[in-house]
Design a protein around this ligand. Structure first.
Ligand code: WAQ
Ligand code: MG
Length: 259
């Protein structure tokens, strides 16, 4: 009889504006501690102390947990934004995205204007948008590392001077997104000014970090989930992204490159 797991989600806002969010999936014994950790973390976020923090705890009893190995990580450094973006496009193409669709997506996530909270779901061949979530976008959630992987991944990241939660969470999310039914690839650029590393991810090619995908003063960013649109069950796809609990396991495999 396996122990019941709980999803704990935190979102924090300031004057109605979202400032941070996080999710953990933990056994019952850890619910209180992790709830406190997420609340503290919300208060420490760089974009200002929030005036509202919401923590939601949901039992995952009866929902089969999918266990996935973390995508292998490659890190590539470039001398310019345009070179890094070119490589991101070719990584997407290598994973099965058409070049026009990859280029359009790159323009969309780097254009100036209000950012989405979630991702656009695009047909990997035509570039057509397949979700109807408008400017909000589609949020992937219900994903975390298993307990052992938390320790292993933290150690592996700190060994490479990559401590901090940004890559860790992005890798877990990318691992889930890459295993969704119909998934082809993902493109991600942070919307945080100063955070210029982004990634192109896919099941075949892993998690390829690229630096710099944008200028340091840019507040634009976003995510695109490319899917095989032919025969896609959009409802099942979106349901997987939101509802299927995924626990990502270690170790963290670094393929090569500069990190
Ligand atoms: N589901 C779908 N889209 C999301 C989600 C989500 N759970 N969270 C964020 N997004 C979208 C949204 O459009 C954001 O504007 C955009 O992604 C960027 O989000 O060093 O920090 O939280 O290897 O700013 C990637 C590189 C960092 C990490 C990603 O994204 C590394 C990052 P941010
Ligand atoms: Mg951000």
């Amino acid at each position: 009889m396996s122990e019941t797991l709980y999803s704990i989600r935190m979102r924090a806002s300031l004057r109605g504006e979202h400032v941070s969010g996080a999710e953990r999936i933990v056994p019952e014994a850890d619910v209180a501690r992790v709830t406190a950790e997420l609340t503290e973390r919300a208060r420490a976020h760089g974009r200002g102390v929030p005036d509202s923090i919401t923590v939601t705890v949901d039992s995952l009893a009866g929902r089969p947990i999918q266990r996935l190995d973390a995508l292998p990580v490659t890190g590539l450094l470039f001398g310019s934004v345009s070179e890094a973006r070119e490589r991101a496009v070719s990584e997407l193409v290598r994973a099965g995205v058409s070049e026009p669709a990859a280029r359009d997506a790159m323009s969309a996530v780097t254009s100036v204007g209000p950012n989405m909270r979630g991702a656009m779901v695009l047909d990997a061949r035509t570039g057509a948008r397949l979700d109807d979530s408008g400017p909000k976008g589609v949020r992937a959630r219900t994903v975390d590392y298993d307990e052992a992987a938390h320790t292993v991944v933290d150690a592996a990241l700190s060994e490479r001077g990559l401590s901090g939660s940004r890559i860790k969470e992005a890798l877990a999310l990318a691992t889930k997104v890459a295993h969704a039914p119909g998934a082809v690839a993902e493109l991600c650029i942070s919307d945080n000014p100063g955070y210029v590393t982004g990634y192109a991810a896919s099941r075949e090619n892993g998690y390829v970090r690229l630096t710099p995908l944008k200028d340091a003063d840019s507040a634009s960013g976003g995510r695109v989930f490319f899917v095989d649109g032919a025969g896609l069950d959009t409802e099942a796809y979106l349901n997987y992204l939101r509802e299927t609990p995924v626990l990502v396991g270690g170790p963290l495999v670094f393929v090569s490159g500069d990190m």
